[in-house]
Design a binder for this molecule. Structure first.
Ligand code: NDP
Length: 480
């Protein structure tokens, strides 16, 4: 059985503890590899290596750093199929999705930040004849990067690429539930010529490795993507240490459909925004609000398309949904479906676990599920489920739907469907949300700021925002 290793000081090494955690294939529920059960000793070694590597890496010509990251991006692209298969086995997502979205995006993340860092410029503020200010940006030192399981390599590289490109050394922890592609990346980083200690990857549990990264006094910046509860815990430790924190947290995204929408596009895209990646994307819309005059027509068309989605073996192209990432997560989603029924909801389609025959019978599968008849403020409509479950309900006025949409503690993303230009702008401006898509969903330009408001997070990733997060500004004022 394959044993994943940590990357510390340019070497693939076992954990100090010598012990490993089981890694499950969610498609069949079987253990297929072993993950290092690392602890604070491994994090300590990684921090030491990163601190040793920092002086040379941080002053290396930007172009040289950029070339190493571009080489890494090219190596991932060359190995795309191998990475895509590994990602699907580890996470349960359909192979067609890993191949077309997850791995290509990891390639782009490195390429984008390798080149973006070349364009980050310092500012100058003249005070006329009196003085001139110039503001420099320097890397922070050792950055801690912690990522979740839903888009494993995609989100892992979204953090480490800007951290490295701006001259920091990194101690990173992927989710213990989906560590495999980070391990493959570690191998390629050595091949790409990344100097020893610049990138360190420590595998293991959140409450051991994650906590050790967050509480390490020599890691002054932490970039975290994951659940809101974990974000809270991290803040509790890091805030009194005055660390820089970037927190990308949970969501409960509204999808608002006005009667004047392009109906067919709205239905098709809502199917995608509800159930892509088994609904395990922080940007998935989980609450669908439809203007009453088209509610019945929309509901019928939507449910018909959802019923046609196949669930099963992630390796087969015909399956639109693969497996849920883990058994505990599957059980959590099923418990929310039960709660929705208790709260008076009616299941229009789905609602059940899927048990394939044969080798995959122990895998974790759930039917795409649509529920109606729930109040906007019930628990099902307020708490993040993070699975293939959406609710649908009618609304009469713009004011009413904005109350529904803004009623949760979250504020990550929202989608609005209308052909009415003025209304589109007005509603977008009134939504409590870091990202709004009008007549589309998940259309991403890596230059744009990405992140949420309220309990969906603090700070923004993307574009120069991330490069700014991983650098410290210094203003120098010269009296003329
Ligand atoms: P978790 O918060 O459980 O875990 C995220 C990462 O943090 C994992 O690597 C985890 O390790 C680690 N971790 C857990 N506990 C601690 C701790 N005490 N200190 C430091 N690190 C810790 O989230 P999930 O992995 O379950 O991911 C799903 C969540 O992520 C959802 O809420 C989703 O909305 C959110 N998300 C947000 C996105 C955004 O951009 N806003 C994007 C994608 C997901 P381990 O795996 O070992 O527990």
């Amino acid at each position: 059985m394959q044993h994943i290793q940590n990357l510390i000081n340019g070497q693939l090494v076992p954990p100090v503890s010598g012990t490993y955690i089981d890694n499950y294939n969610p498609a069949n529920g079987k253990v297929y590899s072993k993950i290092p059960d690392s602890d604070e000793r491994d994090v300590e070694a990684a921090v030491e290596a990163a601190r040793k590597a920092f002086p040379a890496w941080s002053v290396m010509a930007k172009e040289k750093r950029s070339a190493i990251l571009i080489k890494l991006s090219e190596l991932i692209e060359k190995n795309l199929e191998r990475f895509a298969i590994a990602e699907s086995i580890d996470n349960g997502k359909p192979l067609w999705l890993s191949r077309s979205v997850d791995i290509p995006r990891a390639v782009s993340n490195f390429h984008f930040y390798a080149t973006a860092a070349l364009h980050l410029h310092d500012e100058s503020h003249s005070m006329g004849a009196l003085a001139i200010n110039y503001t420099t940006r320097t890397p922070i030192g050792v950055a801690g990067c912690i990522s979740p399981w839903n888009l494993p390599l995609y989100l892992f590289t979204w953090k480490i690429a800007p951290a490295l490109a701006s001259g920091n050394c990194v101690v990173a922890k992927p989710s213990e539930i989906t560590p495999m592609t980070a391990y493959l990346l570690a191998e390629l980083s050595i091949e790409a010529g990344m100097p020893a200690g610049v990138l360190n990857i420590v595998h293991g549990l959140g409450h051991k490795v994650g906590k050790a990264i967050v509480s390490h006094p020599l890691i002054p910046a932490v970039s975290f993507t994951g659940g809101t509860k974990t974000g809270e815990e991290i803040s509790r430790i890091a805030a009194p240490m005055f660390k820089k924190l970037s927190l990308e947290l949970g969501g409960k995204n509204p999808n608002i459909i006005f009667a004047d929408c392009d109906f067919d596009k709205a239905v098709q895209t809502t199917v995608r925004s509800s159930f892509s990646n088994q609904g395990e994307i922080c940007l998935c819309g989980s609450r669908i609000f439809v203007e009453r005059s088209i509610y019945d027509k929309f509901k019928v068309a939507f449910v018909e398309q959802v019923k046609a989605l196949k669930v099963g073996d992630p390796m087969k192209d015909e399956n639109w949904l693969g497996a849920i990432v883990s058994k505990p997560h599957m059980e959590k989603i099923l418990s929310y479906i039960a709660l929705a029924q208790k709260e008076g909801g009616t299941i229009l389609t789905g609602g059940k676990q899927v048990k394939p025959e044969g080798e995959l019978s122990e895998g974790y599968y759930i039917q795409p599920t649509v529920i109606e008849g729930l109040a906007y403020d019930c628990r099902t409509n307020q708490e993040e489920i993070f699975g293939p479950v959406v609710t649908i309900q009618p609304f009469d006025t713009e004011e009413e739907v904005l109350t529904y949409a803004n009623s949760t503690t979250y504020g990550l993303a929202a989608t609005v469907w209308t052909q009415h230009l003025t209304r589109a702008h007005r509603v977008a401006a009134s939504l409590h949300s870091g990202i709004v898509w009008i007549n589309t969903w998940l259309l991403r330009d890596l230059r744009t700021p990405f992140g949420g408001v309220k309990n969906s997070g603090v700070g923004r990733e993307g574009g120069f925002e991330a490069l700014k997060f991983f650098t410290e500004e210094k203003n120098i004022c010269i009296k003329l």
